[in-house]
Design a protein around this ligand. Sequence first.
Ligand code: C2E
Ligand code: MG
Ligand code: MG
Ligand code: MG
Length: 278
Amino acid sequence: EAKRAKTQRGKQYQRVMSEKIKRRLAYVDDMKQGLEQGDFELYYQAQYNHYGDIIGAEALLRWQHPVHGKESPAVYIPIAEESDLILAIGQWVLEQACRDIKKLEQLSLPDSFNKIAINISAKQLIQHDFQEIVLNAVKKNDIPAKRLALELTENLLVENIEDSIKLIASLKENSIDCAIDDFGTGYSSLTYLKRIPASVLKIDRSFVTNIAKSSESAAIASMIISLGKTLNMDILAEGVETKEELNCLKELGCFHFQGFYFSGPLPFDEFAKLITNN
Ligand code: C2E
Ligand code: MG
Ligand code: MG
Ligand code: MG
């Protein structure tokens, strides 16, 4: 009796699993089709210094699922990462960002403006010819390499630490800077951080959100800021939503910001307007 119940449960479990897998595969297909049809878009979120000048922007992927509507990249990027589709998506992001940089170059940009950063996934980074891919896109679109930057999460770097260090150093020699994204949420040790030749440390939003209310978050943010300074890195706080958060960050010595308080992610044309009017 017990045994029969167990096999029943096993069968049900298998059914649920295969349903789940089917849905996943269908979702990946939707993404693939969306990519082919040109349904993906890059939005740009401006980054500011403490004078209020725009110093750069982060490119953020946008896609509307045919049935589910607008979805967050936090939902579909991890699904794309389970298959090789992330490589095609990543390639599209790289090339679209380069095309948009080319368009920006033809506008009268403020002197404060430095670069556009794109987010990079683990599978992209571990491609043996990743650097070549990036440099080719830059060359093909005839843009200065210094206008493009890469955002890599802390965990991604730590998982391939020796290769990451070499790659980031080599990209830097080619004028392409890297930022460590979502810093503070991962498990990198100080020993690692010291060796990673990234130019920017992005304080994760989770510390910024509570900074004015929680002395713990403020203490962590403060520690990240002094760490970054010691290592000669620029520190940028992400997810700044309020004046209080901004003031707190300034007091702690952080002078670069990104967040809804300043501007949300915008379609390219709106971002171009924002930057030329700033
Ligand atoms: P991320 O790289 O840490 O990007 C920052 C996220 O915070 C973005 O969410 C942005 O819209 C959001 N954000 C910015 N300011 C604020 C704020 O003041 N308050 C709040 N609550 N949120 C804010 P988004 O666009 O949904 O992207 C989520 C994540 O998806 C990104 O986190 C990144 O990890 C990933 N992602 C986005 N675009 C790409 C891409 O082109 N390639 C890859 N591999 N990953 C991407
Ligand atoms: Mg990012
Ligand atoms: Mg981030
Ligand atoms: Mg984040």
